[in-house]
Design a binder for this molecule. Structure first.
Ligand code: IVH
Length: 698
């Protein structure tokens, strides 16, 4: 991309739009699915780029700018809780200089030129923050941070943590106090959790932070209770009366009330103190037993904190001093390939095992062929790997001095690594430019893609077959028991007549086989949109599947139309094109898919096993048809999913954030930032009862 200084206004507009989308999608992965795909460092870079462009073009700041948000939108599983005092975040400092600037800024602000200031320096625990509301010493509510203003009510789950007191001990606590801190998993707890998941064939958590977040946001608190979650207290929100005059005193008080505080926290003076605390903690880091990603410096005196206040979303009195990403040197021993569901071939670097930040690393993502060429990675090279709270470690570069003359440039294969060795193609974009993706053209004939396809088919948002995790599916595939979706539904019948019973495979056992077969049976009846999504056709995600389902109504109409689209019947193509949000990419993907005999056969055999339920077309003659609606806050008479389905069935579009394009906002109790934006924009805001009356169900 061009440097920010030379962007034109129209380039800035499109760049800001792109960044808003990209950052929002990472936020969603991080906060709701607890499964990030980029490193914190790369994420910070995206945010910095966004801020730099906004600083140059302040009039282009978008309503949904990532710089105006602290966290992600809320999941709909938990009731919203508005925080008495917002839960904000901290700005970052990445060097000694930036720590020095922090101190200088504060002294300037407080006009304390020659005095050295006292700070606390506390480990920055890498977990997720929570707010615990105590009234008269009793824990009454616990919430996640959410977007900073409104979090999620996870009281029942937080109450299962042994380090969160249900009743405060000691004395001197205010009548009302929101204690804030970090929910986290120690290294031992994390290892045990992943070992159990591996044993059960479930997906592993990438790191302790994701595991902690996933564990806290369980719908069933009995599951949370079994996870070894821990809690460190370090701050507070709403209080009915002051209880300390300094951060240090406050930490002491929190301890006497029964909380754990980080033993490494210390009180220091001046910049030297800040730097020493950093150096000390960096040394202690490997032995702490839990992940930290830096330190938090806080002005100790609370009256000064008060005077310093906040700048937009972060306090002036505190800063996060981050550790640099951790790196180590090792050897690139091989490059393997993974084939995704849609045939994209991704190279993976196999490394000589090396410990980076306390974790043994053996694989690194290499992204694509261009990335390997750009870094000129050669098998046998000494490489620097980096891990920054990452899902998969990255190769930063080659140690060229160590390269021996026998190492040859890497040649990306032209054939799929599967036994069929189908040729790989290099994809072109709409404008004809080549993309970096290499794809196997074997589609469902390619065994690698077949397995990925099956994984998609059983995934939660598709057929959602419980007990058929990745490992089990791979096992069934390797044993030849499940080669295509229809096989899943004939498994029980085949087992009846088989000599080698499922219950005798591995250590499956009767109960688990019975559970699996019951889970499969319960999915024999499936809504048309899920069915379409489950087919895993490129470019047909959940939303598009729903549009198609509504457009065609029944599985027979859908399949008949697709046959005609595959045959390039102009009438059928234009009918498909006329559906809302359907464009060239979907049309050619659908045509390509249904033009293949083996795909049609696969779908036919699957349909024979299922009862696919019709989906009603949205109405066009209702009070809300064609309108864009946002639901926010708590709903009393229906769930969010119900509200959404109802609105969509009546022809409305349901959006997750409020903008000028919103026609109607339905706000319940606890509505926070979205309601504020709606009022600021002068949008129509109604209650849940008004909504039900409007749609004729009041
Ligand atoms: S104090 C106004 N202290 O870091 C924010 N935060 O980037 C006051 N964190 O959301 C937060 N350890 O999740 C504070 N010792 C500590 C912390 C800490 C970890 C997290 C917390 C917060 C984020 C801010």
């Amino acid at each position: 991309m061009k440097p920010v200084e030379s962007l034109t206004e129209s380039e800035a507009i499109s760049e800001l739009a792109r960044l808003a989308d990209e950052i929002a999608s990472h936020d969603l992965r991080y906060h709701q699915s607890d499964a990030p795909i980029i490193s914190d460092g790369d994420y910070d870079q995206l945010k910095r780029l966004n801020s730099a462009i906004e600083a140059r073009f302040p009039h282009l700041i978008r309503d949904n700018s990532p710089s105006l948000r602290v966290g992600a939108a809320l999941s709909e599983q938990f009731a919203p809780v508005e925080h008495g005092v917002p839960m904000l975040s901290l700005d970052n400092a990445f060097s000694d200089e930036e720590a020095g600037e922090f101190d200088a800024r504060i002294r300037r602000f407080l006009k304390l030129d020659d005095v050295s200031l006292a700070y606390t320096a506390e480990p920055k625990i890498d977990g997720l923050s929570a707010s615990l509301r105590y009234e008269k010493g009793l824990l009454v509510r616990g919430a996640t941070r959410g977007d900073g203003r409104v979090g999620e009510d996870v009281t029942a789950n937080l109450m299962t943590l042994s380090e969160i007191p249900r009743r405060l001990s000691g004395s001197g606590w205010p009548d009302v106090i929101e204690v804030r801190g970090e929910v986290y998993l120690g290294h031992a707890g994390f290892a045990a959790l992943n070992a159990a998941a591996a044993e059960a064939g479930e997906k592993l958590y990438a790191n302790p932070r994701n595991a902690a977040a996933g564990s806290l946001r369980q719908i069933d608190s009995a599951i949370t209770a079994r996870r070894p979650l821990r809690f460190f207290a370090y701050a507070w929100g709403e209080v009915s009366a002051p209880f300390a005059t300094s951060q240090w005193e406050a930490l002491e008080a929190l301890k006497t009330w029964g909380f754990q505080t980080t033993p490494e926290a210390c009180r220091v003076e001046g910049v030297e103190g800040l730097l020493q605390a950093y150096a000390r903690l960096e040394r202690q880091r490997p032995d702490l037993g839990y992940d930290i990603d830096g330190l938090v410096y806080k002005v100790d005196r609370l009256d000064w904190q008060q005077r310093l206040g906040f700048v937009s979303r972060a306090p002036r009195w505190g800063i996060a001093r981050k550790f640099p990403a951790e790196q180590a040197r090792t050897v690139l021993e091989a490059i393997d390939f993974q084939v995704g569901r849609t045939g994209a071939v991704t190279p993976v670097g196999r490394l000589r095992a090396v410990t980076v930040g306390g974790v043994s690393v053996t694989n690194a993502t290499l992204h694509n062929a261009d990335e390997i060429a750009r870094k000129d990675l050669r098998i046998g090279d000494a490489v620097i790997v980096q891990r920054a709270g990452d899902v998969i470690p990255q190769i930063v570069g080659v140690v060229l001095e160590a390269r021996t003359p026998d190492l040859v440039p890497f040649e990306f294969p032209n054939l799929c690594p599967c036994p069929l060795a189908t040729p790989l193609t290099r994809e072109t974009t709409g404008s004809g430019a080549e993309t970096v993706v290499r794809r196997c053209t074997g589609e469902l004939a390619c065994p690698f893609q077949k397995v990925e396809h099956l994984k998609h088919f059983v995934s939660r948002r598709a057929f959602d077959i419980e007990g058929l995790g990745e490992k089990q599916l791979q096992g069934f595939f390797d044993d030849g028991l499940i080669r295509e979706p229809a096989d899943i539904f004939t498994l029980a019948a085949r087992d009846q007549v088989s000599l080698k019973k499922l219950k005798d495979r591995d250590r499956s056992g009767e109960t688990s086989v019975a559970n699996l077969l019951a889970a499969i049976e319960s999915r024999r009846r499936i809504a048309l949109d899920r069915f379409i999504y489950g087919l895993g056709i490129r470019h047909i995600g959940e939303q598009t599947a729903l549009v198609l389902a509504r457009g065609y109504g029944s599985v027979s109409a859908f399949l008949a139309a697709m046959d005609r689209v595959a045959g390039q019947d102009p009438e059928a193509v234009s009918e498909l094109d006329a559906l809302d949000q359907i464009g060239e990419a979907v049309i050619s993907a659908a045509a390509g898919f249904f033009a293949e005999d083996h795909n049609r056969g696969m779908v036919q055999r699957l349909v024979e096993q299922l009862t696919v339920e019709d989906v009603a077309a949205p109405k066009s003659d209702t009070a809300v048809a064609g309108k864009t609606v946002v639901f926010t806050g708590a709903l009393a008479r229906m769930t969010r999913d119900e509200a959404k389905a109802q609105a969509e069935a009546l022809g409305a579009k349901v959006a997750s954030s409020v903008s000028r394009k919103t026609d109607l906002v339905v706000a319940g109790p606890g509505a926070g930032s979205k309601l504020k934006v709606a009022t600021d924009l002068g949008l129509e805001v109604i209650s849940e009862d008004d909504w039900l009356a409007l749609v004729g169900q009041g």
